[in-house]
Design a protein around this ligand. Structure first.
Ligand code: ADP
Length: 360
């Protein structure tokens, strides 16, 4: 039975007749009725008593006892209130869910829109980047073939110019190809033991024309006995070259670039830490995360029309992360802007290193 029943004396509802030991319904009854009403007809039959005024005291609905009924789940009012609150909670949750979905939709649409804009800017930027060295090479070639250049020194100057511009072209093409390979999930193509010292050497050699142009003083500090890295030497060299190129491009006003390599530990693991620092104008705090996004170019780079594709740092991050490492940055304008890459040292080479120490 879904209902509690109670019988009380009508004149004194605190006097419970049935049941004796259950909790009181009292004033919380959902419905009530009189028991043992005397019907009007009955009274008519007892005319004498009726005439004596008894009917006034015993009108229908005025029995001696009252029957009180209450729903077991609580009074109907409480049940309705609970249902109302539950419905309110469900409606609010659905509403919040809808709001979150709308916010998510707006966010992803904006992001997709921004990416589309950046891609358009990238296409325009790369076309421009390709056009500039191509024009220089074409003009130089035309002047040479037309016999306008005389003397070995002028010819060698033109030769160097063509070499430098073709190097720029090669760099842009390689950057784009590497990015499309990374998009296809081919960031790392081989894994072999790579010496960090050799990596730095090769990266500096690969950037020599940019470094020469920047006229920066190069400081190099490479710890002897560095453990090797297990990775793709070409990809790692590309990442390092990107950082050195950026230091030369953006930090040339500081006239100084420093490359350091040391062994360290990160999250309890032995790592090789390579740092590339410059004393240029640095990176504003609000750009420090976005510069690692593909196609993103800093405000200053765009404003000052410094050449670039916006792919360099996104590739650096992907290459380093594909080797189980991490890239970070600190920047104090004019004082020091430093990119740090930490790549786990190869355990094989760590063991060899430990052996060589024990043999000493
Ligand atoms: P790109 O150099 O082709 O623009 P990157 O991905 O290499 O693309 O760099 C993204 C942005 O990060 C640059 O446009 C520049 O604003 C900023 N940046 C990178 N390196 C430096 C640096 N050493 N000093 C100042 N700004 C830098």
């Amino acid at each position: 039975m879904d209902y509690d029943i109670e019988i009380v004396a009508r004149n004194d509802p605190s006097q419970v007749l049935y049941p004796k030991d259950s909790p009181r319904i009292g004033a919380f009854a959902d419905a009530s009725g009189s028991l043992f009403d005397v019907s009007y007809e009955q009274l008519m039959r007892r005319g004498q008593w009726f005439r004596a005024g008894g009917a006034e005291r015993m009108r229908p609905g005025r029995g001696r006892w009252s029957l009180l009924v209450r729903n077991r789940a609580g009074s109907l009012g409480a049940v309705v209130e609970r249902a109302r609150l539950r419905n309110l909670a469900v409606t609010t949750a659905i509403l919040l869910l809808m709001l979150a979905a709308i916010a998510m939709l707006v966010y992803t649409t904006r992001k997709a829109q921004r990416l589309a804009e950046l891609q358009m800017e990238f296409v325009a930027g790369v076309s421009h980047e390709l056009r500039t060295p191509l024009t220089v090479i074409r003009t130089a070639g035309h002047n040479l073939s037309a016999g306008l250049i005389n003397g070995p020194s002028q010819i060698s100057r033109y030769g160097a110019l063509i070499e430098a511009e073709s190097e720029k072209l090669r760099g842009i093409v390689e950057q784009v190809l590497r990015f499309s390979n990374a998009e296809a999930g081919r960031v790392v193509q081989t894994r072999e033991l790579v010496s960090p010292a050799a990596l730095i050497e090769d990266a500096l050699r690969g950037c020599h024309s940019v470094l020469r142009e920047s006229e920066c003083e190069i400081e190099r500090k490479v710890d002897p006995d560095l453990p090797a890295i297990l990775g793709d030497p070409t990809a790692l060299q590309h990442a390092l070259q990107n950082l050195v190129n950026n230091a030369a491009k953006y930090g040339r006003d500081g006239r100084w670039i420093r490359l350091t390599a040391a062994s360290s530990t990160h999250a309890g693991r032995p790592v090789v830490e390579i740092r590339v620092a410059d004393r240029g104008p640095g990176i504003p705090p609000d750009e420090r995360n976005t510069i690692f996004d593909p196609f993103y170019r800093g405000r200053r780079a765009v404003g000052d029309q410094i050449h670039g594709t916006g792919l360099g740092l996104s590739l650096v991050k992907r290459i380093v992360e594909a080797h189980g490492g991490a890239v970070s940055l600190t920047s104090q304008p004019g004082i020091l802007t430093e990119f740090v890459i930490r790549i786990p040292a190869s355990m094989e080479s760590m063991n060899e290193f430990a052996d060589s120490l024990s043999r000493r």
